[in-house]
Structure formats: C-alpha cells, structure tokens
Design a binder for this molecule. Structure first.
Ligand SMILES: Cc1cc2nc3c(=O)[nH]c(=O)nc-3n(C[C@H](O)[C@H](O)[C@H](O)COP(=O)(O)OP(=O)(O)OC[C@H]3O[C@@H](n4cnc5c(N)ncnc54)[C@H](O)[C@@H]3O)c2cc1C
Length: 394
C-alpha cells in the first residue's frame, strides 16, 4: 500500500520503520523544515517497551545514547540539597533525550522512507478506494491510508475528526524546555527547584550542554502553539522574581535555538480511525506527564503495523483490532498521568515541603525503592505484546 504519515518525531518514524519492513511504500510529511531536535528526556519502562525496541532493532543504538541519569536533587533557594527523587521515578529503564530518539528513528528509516520536510496536509478527501491528500506545497496525491502521528496539535485530527477543542483535556501545566551551555557542571545528574505553582529543572546526561525545563501550573492559559516569541514571553513573565539561579536560566532561554513550549494536554477520542485515516501516538491519545507517551507511541506503531499485516490489507479490521488492543493500555497511562501534575508543581510551600519530606524519608529504605520501581513500571507493563510476523531487518 501507499501510506502517508503526518509527523516525524517519535510515533511517525516508528510506524514508518515497521511499514516499510512489511513492504509498504511510506511517505512521512513533517511541518518543520528539518528533523526537530530538542526536548527533555523521554523514557522506556519495563519489558513491553524494551521488547518493542528490540523488535525494531534499535535497542543497542538507544542504549548507546542512554542518559544513565542518577537521582534528581531537590534544592532550596540557596542551592542546598534538601531531598532527592530516585532515578526510577523519572528515568525508567532506558532514558534518552527526545532529540536523540528522533535522530535514531530517522537514521533507521531515511533510506527507505520518503521524508517530506517543511510541508503539511491541508485537505483530506476519502472515497471507497483511497484518500486524496492536498498539501500546502506541491501537487495533491492519492494514498491508500493516512496516519496522523502529528502530536497533540495534530493537523490530521483537526481535518478529519472535527471539534478539536472537545478532544483536548488540558491538565493545567505548561512547560518551556531548551538546551544551553553546561554552566552548572552537571553530569548524569539533575537539579530541581520549586516554588508554589512553578518549578525549574536542569539536567545534563552526558556532561557538556544542559537541558532546562521551566514548568508552571495555571488553569486555562490560552496561547498560540505556533507563536514561539509569545511562548518565550509567557515563560519569562511566569518566572519573573523566581529564586535560585532562575534569572540566569531565563537569560539563556532568550538565545536558545531549540526552545519548545507546550501545555500538558490529554487527548480523548471516541474513535481513533475514520475510514482510511487513523491516529497514532499523542495525536490520538496523549497522556501528559507520567503517562508513558513515548512508550505508547512506539508500542502503538508496532501494533498498528502488525495488525495491518495480519489483516492483509483490510484496514477497517486492522484499525479496529489496533484500537481494541491499545485502549485499555492507553487508559491506564492517562489515568496515571492525571495525578502527576501535583507532584511536579505543588501549589503551596506546604505541599512542596511535604513532597520533599516524603522523598527525604523514603530515600534510604530499600523496599521503598523497590516500590518506586514497581509503581513507575506498573502501567507501562500492563500489556501483552502480540506475536506478529517479523520480517528480517534489511
Ligand atoms: C520538539 C519537541 C520536544 C518535545 N519535548 C518533550 C519533552 O521534553 N518531554 C516530553 O514528555 N515530551 C516532549 N515532547 C513530546 C513527546 O515527543 C511525545 O509526547 C511522545 O514522544 C509521542 O510522540 P509523537 O510522535 O506522538 O508526538 P510529538 O513528539 O509531539 O511529534 C509530533 C510531530 O508532528 C509534527 N507536526 C505537528 N503538526 C503537524 C502538521 N500539521 N503536519 C505535519 N507535521 C506536524 C511536529 O513538528 C512533530 O515533529 C516533545 C515533542 C517535540 C516535537
């Protein structure tokens, strides 16, 4: 089949890898002019994620780029460590920078998949035999299937599934993330500083550059997800007057080339497919922080491609099976993520102190460390990977 995927971050290239392996002709259209770097770390947890990466043939390439992050130090305004968050909470079993993950996926697919950067779909019209796609640049083209793997602000979802606002459930937390020179001297370590309703994290997995995340809680903030200057202003305003070393981070933000900003939003849809169009990853079922979003994107890609192969071209049957298999897994991640925001940005000094006390107290209790590991992987492992035909890697 001729299959068009919108979005070249994690879900899109993961699916492209599988589809070309099953013999389909794949085009990936990405709005950004080139592969997007940047972002914080994303992680894989437990056997389901790791087995999927192994089946994709990427486990080693990703292990080579693993952050191997240690515990995250929580500091007060003077920089003194008051507690530490065990690495199992944030880093899972295999953690990589999101930009590194995107690069590895792109490198594994670029020779056999057609990437079309700096373009996007502007219209989708389906009939019984295929999908007519109009692009912002270039002539219209016909495909057998179209996959929306274009994230929380998916263009495919907007064009095909209607009322976009109704599908979005904002969790009231916003984050600005960027890379800057490593002025804090961190290596495989991170620091977190909190004030009521806002938090600053700095981490450096490999020494050298450090990655900064500025997170704040606010109900119902409106912003234009295309207007980066406005997003930088929002962060600068929300962090005005913040203590610790925040001013120097804000200064660096102004020059950061890979600045990324978004609200943490969940996507809830009644159906993930409509005819020959299907959604994958955040576009269809974003979970928000702690919702296993990256793991769901790679597992979802494997299941979608595997079901298409099993159904021998019957896309309706394949989309139906994909959704039935993935729904409960997604729901578990989304439920877990709903509770994560209070922990990331507690709303009062009292809640910050409670969180810090909790991590300080449990730090040296070995069974509790095991419990963290269990809690951190519980939803990520709540899935039985089907045994699909696995054509040899070429
Ligand atoms: C630059 C960047 C930084 C990120 N940083 C973090 C982070 O620090 N922490 C975190 O938890 N998650 C982060 N994420 C989100 C994280 O990658 C996803 O939650 C998860 O990995 C699922 O991936 P996805 O491929 O479904 O969606 P995404 O990673 O959101 O990818 C969607 C892709 O589609 C592209 N796109 C959007 N609209 C269109 C369109 N209309 N046409 C064509 N292409 C389009 C985007 O440019 C992007 O490349 C980041 C995403 C990006 C793009």
């Amino acid at each position: 089949m001729d299959i068009l995927i919108s979005g070249a971050s994690v879900a899109g290239p993961s699916l492209a890898l599988w589809l070309q392996r099953y013999g389909h002709r794949v085009t990936v259209v990405e709005k950004a002019p080139a592969l997007r770097g940047g972002g914080y770390a994303v992680d894989f947890r437990g056997r389901v994620h790791l087995q999927t990466l192994a089946r994709m043939g990427l486990r080693e390439a990703l292990e080579a780029r693993a952050t191997h992050m240690g515990d995250i130090a929580i500091v007060d305004a003077t920089g003194r460590q008051v507690a530490a968050i065990p690495s199992a909470v944030f880093s899972g079993d295999l953690e990589v920078l999101r930009g590194d993950l995107a690069e590895v996926l792109y490198a594994a697919t670029r020779e056999r998949v057609r990437y079309r950067f700096g373009d996007q779909i502007t219209a989708i019209a389906q009939d019984a035999g295929g999908v007519e796609v109009t692009f912002a640049g270039g002539a219209p083209q016909r495909f057998d299937l179209v996959v929306g793997a274009d994230g929380v602000h998916s263009g495919v979802r907007r064009l095909v599934f209607g009322d976009d606002a109704a599908h979005k459930k904002p969790l009231g937390v916003y984050a600005g993330i960027f890379t800057m020179p490593g002025t804090f001297g961190l290596r495989r370590s991170g620091i977190m500083y909190s004030e009521p309703g806002r938090a600053v994290s700095v981490m450096s997995p490999h020494g050298g550059d450090q990655i900064v995340s500025l997170t704040f809680a606010e109900p119902g903030l409106e912003f234009d997800h295309r207007d980066v200057a406005q997003q930088r202003r929002i962060i600068a305003e929300r962090f005005t007057g913040a203590g610790w070393r925040t001013p120097e981070l804000l200064e660096a933000m102004a020059h950061a080339e890979d600045f990324w900003f978004d609200s943490t939003t969940q996507i809830h849809l009644e159906r993930w497919s409509a005819g020959r169009v299907v959604l994958l990853g955040d576009a269809g079922y974003a979970g928000g922080p702690g919702g296993n979003g990256t793991g769901l994107a790679v597992v979802g890609a494997h299941v979608l491609a595997g079901e298409l192969d099993r159904a021998r071209g019957d896309h309706e049957a394949a989309f139906g099976h994909y959704e039935r298999l993935m729904r409960p897994y997604v729901a578990a991640g989304q439920k877990q993520a709903g509770g994560g925001t209070d922990f990331l940005v507690p709303s009062t000094w009292k809640k910050i102190a409670q969180r810090n006390r909790f991590f300080k107290t449990v730090r040296y209790v070995p069974p509790v460390r095991g419990l963290f590991k269990y809690l951190a992987t519980r939803t990520a492992t709540a899935f039985e990977l089907p045994e699909y035909r696995l054509p040899a890697l070429v």
